[in-house]
Ligand binder design. Structure first.
Ligand SMILES: *Cc1c(COP(=O)(O)O)cnc(C)c1O
Length: 239
């Protein structure tokens, strides 16, 4: 077994354990493998071990990797999620190459993604990013503005609004992690409960990373985004 395959099993084990501890049905939480800074070979190793959904932060890196993986394994059906910040002049490659976007935090980005989504592709699946703990420098819409943006995204023809995504600041203690994750879950539940027609597929709470996936699952995450736990430590290129 490769290191990546072994790590993947460990992460799936942690998720299963967290589901059991939370009294949740295993399989109600999905795993997004965050492959940023790692190459197509790492993605292929994880895919060979059964992983199908991958997350990328840097758009050009993601687009290049999607092409490289497709060239190496044309029959492999993978799902690609954009989880990095998107400037408005970078929406086109996202609309053309990704299946999901977790980082919509303003209407202008959503409008451009909808307009640029090619007709031969399925609608782009979108989460609205919420700045749940109010970090001053962070992207994400304020919690009080999330519903309005969700409703506006729901009206766009080539987008499907699937839920919320949050990246809370790291807290070392489980209880502190849980408290902030619960705020995300409460907002998610409030919006889900509206049962509006445009929100029929509002079913995704993208929450939790390597360090806090247990607390996220306890709180009600439906999709954890794990990089380090699967691929190992990252070394970033100099900015
Ligand atoms: C890098 C990243 C992750 C994965 O983080 P790890 O701590 O390596 O698991 C998840 N979500 C987002 C938005 C990221 O940028």
């Amino acid at each position: 077994m490769t290191t990546i395959a072994n790590n993947l099993q460990q992460v799936l084990g942690r998720m299963q354990h967290a589901c059991a501890a939370a009294g949740r049905v295993p399989g109600t939480v999905g795993l997004l493998a965050v492959s940023k800074t790692f190459g197509a070979d790492a993605v292929l190793q994880a895919a060979n071990a059964g992983q199908r959904a991958f997350g990328e932060n840097y758009i050009q890196e993601g687009v290049d990797k999607i092409a490289a993986v497709r060239a190496a394994a044309p029959a492999l059906a993978l799902q690609w999620h954009c989880i990095g910040p998107i400037q408005s002049n970078k929406t086109r490659p996202v609309a053309e190459h990704f299946d999901w976007v977790h980082t919509v935090d303003r209407l202008k980005i959503a409008e451009r993604l909808s307009a640029q989504r090619p007709g031969h592709l399925a609608a782009l699946q979108v989460c609205v990013q919420v700045n749940i703990d109010g970090g001053a420098t962070k992207s994400g819409v304020a919690p009080a503005e999330a519903l309005e943006l969700v409703r506006a995204v729901a009206k766009l023809p080539r987008l499907v609004v699937r839920g919320l995504m949050c990246i809370p600041d790291h807290a070392p203690e489980f209880e502190a992690q849980l408290a902030i994750h619960m705020r995300a879950k409460a907002l998610f539940d409030q919006i889900s409960a509206l049962q509006e027609p445009g929100l029929a597929q509002f079913d995704t709470l993208s929450l939790g990373m390597t360090a806090d996936l247990e607390a996220a699952i306890q709180a009600g995450s439906t999709l954890v985004r794990v990089g380090t736990g699967i691929f190992g430590g990252r070394s970033y290129p100099a900015a």
